[in-house]
Design a binder for this molecule. Structure first.
Ligand code: HEL
Length: 413
């Protein structure tokens, strides 16, 4: 563990389906580390603004982005945080980050590995006896989406708005969520293939609670939020409200032309350690800069986190961490999030020196999701980036998503 580590003592749509199961491991042919930042250019804030405006035209009530670059900050925002009051969306607004939560959960577990409280290749069975049907599933398989555990959210959100309303106020135990997954056979032999599943990070949350005797809320707070000074980052489950100033979230119904549904208030109990954190653009940039900068785990654990399984041509998954390979040759590291009403992209460079977080306060709108990817191109590839925000259609047309998440044309288009 480096001396700068904050733990002082211990330290969418059919086009996507082909990407969901990827044989593993597929780690060959990768560019050397130094090559992954070679094409980095000055951020193009005009390009970022163009992308945000395009997202607005495509149905997002608001969209914003923040770039933190070696102490310099650039911000852009369009549209509204609240359709009722018309209040403009701004950088200070908190929002639900969805699966960006997975990196927080992975970091807690990797710190526990650093402390010798478990090993990545331990069978889950050793720590949670009798929970899973296959004792070959390891902690590493969970964090890299290679367990073969079925994603229970596929069933939950088959119909978007009824699915959401059915869980909006529900409070699930972790075990209830796992039981839903186990009603289905495994999708793959453990370790055989990458297949994104929220179930993995629910089990990861159970492991955190079992190993520490504390709630994930306490572990996130004591190990990450507190030490990094993330004062706008919260885990309030099973509370339903976002504390303080926040962007409201607006869910896009499946039916063309149907009005957006205000989905701000919800327990997010269907996700918990797989997706219930609340944060801001600044705090997420701080978090990913610290992580890739080596301040949250030992160098050895960070190296484990960034052992990649390739996902399609321009993405890879590590341990609770995504890599995206941009058009200029730069690779960035972070996660995406899709929780009802909010799409997030939060990524940083290999050394953590430049970070971008972008948010659109709608979801279930695949066009907006793909358009927002353009913020990464503009933030890291500058004016050479592929995204110019005009049509929103100039970046790649797919996203590595769970099957229940629409990534085709938005309802009403
Ligand atoms: S999906 C993802 C993203 N992850 C996964 C997780 C998260 N979010 C979910 O599993 C939510 C799914 C329902 C979302 C809902 C909507 O868009 O609000 N869609 C429907 O109900 C569609 N019928 C892989 C995109 C990630 O980027 O990791 O966050």
């Amino acid at each position: 563990m480096g001396s700068g580590t904050v733990r002082g003592g211990a330290v969418i749509g059919a086009v996507v389906l082909s990407l969901l199961a990827v044989p593993a491991p597929a780690m060959g042919g990768e560019a050397p580390a130094a090559a992954r930042t070679a094409g980095l250019r000055a951020p193009d804030l005009t390009g970022v603004r163009g992308v945000l405006r395009a997202a607005g035209r495509q149905g997002a009530p608001g969209a914003m982005a923040r770039i933190d670059d070696r102490g310099g900050v650039r911000r852009a925002a369009v549209g509204v945080a609240d359709r009722g009051t018309g209040r403009a969306l701004a950088d200070e607004d908190r929002f639900r980050v969805g699966s960006v939560t997975k990196t927080f959960t992975a970091v807690v577990l990797l710190q526990l590995v650093d402390e010798g409280r478990l090993k990545l290749d331990d069978p889950v069975e050793r720590h949670l006896p009798g929970l899973l049907p296959d004792d070959r599933i390891t902690v590493r398989h969970l964090l890299s989406h290679r367990s073969g555990l079925y994603d229970y959210t596929n069933d939950m959100f088959e119909k978007t708005v009824p699915g959401f309303e059915a869980v909006r106020d529900e409070v699930f135990t972790y075990r209830q969520l796992v039981d839903r997954a186990l009603q289905h056979p495994s999708t793959d032999v453990p370790g055989a293939a990458y297949r994104y599943s929220n179930t993995n990070f629910v089990v990861a949350g159970m492991l955190v609670e079992e190993l520490t005797g504390n709630s994930v809320a306490a572990e996130y707070r004591d190990r990450i939020f507190g030490p990094l000074g993330l004062h706008d980052t919260f885990y309030v489950h099973p509370g339903t409200r976002i504390p303080g100033r926040h962007a409201r979230g607006y869910l896009t119904p499946d039916e063309a032309g149907a009005p957006l549904v205000d989905s701000t208030r919800q327990t997010v109990s269907w996700a918990q350690s797989a997706g219930a954190v609340i944060s801001t653009t600044r705090d997420l940039n701080t978090f990913y800069s610290a992580l890739l900068g080596g301040r949250l785990t030992s160098a050895a654990r960070l190296a484990e986190m960034t052992k990649w399984v390739k996902v399609g041509d321009s993405q890879a998954y590590g341990l609770g961490l995504r890599r995206r390979d941009l058009s200029c040759g730069v690779s960035v590291y972070g996660h995406t999030g899709a929780v009802q009403g909010y799409y997030t992209y939060a990524f940083t460079t290999e050394d953590g020196s430049r970070s971008l977080t972008a948010l659109a306060n709608t979801s279930n709108n695949g066009t907006v999701l793909n358009t927002m990817l353009g913020t990464l191109e503009s933030a890291f590839c500058g004016t050479k980036g592929k995204a110019r925000g005009g049509s929103g259609g100039s970046v790649e047309r797919y996203e590595d998503v769970a099957p229940q998440v629409a990534v085709g044309e938005p309802a009403g288009s």
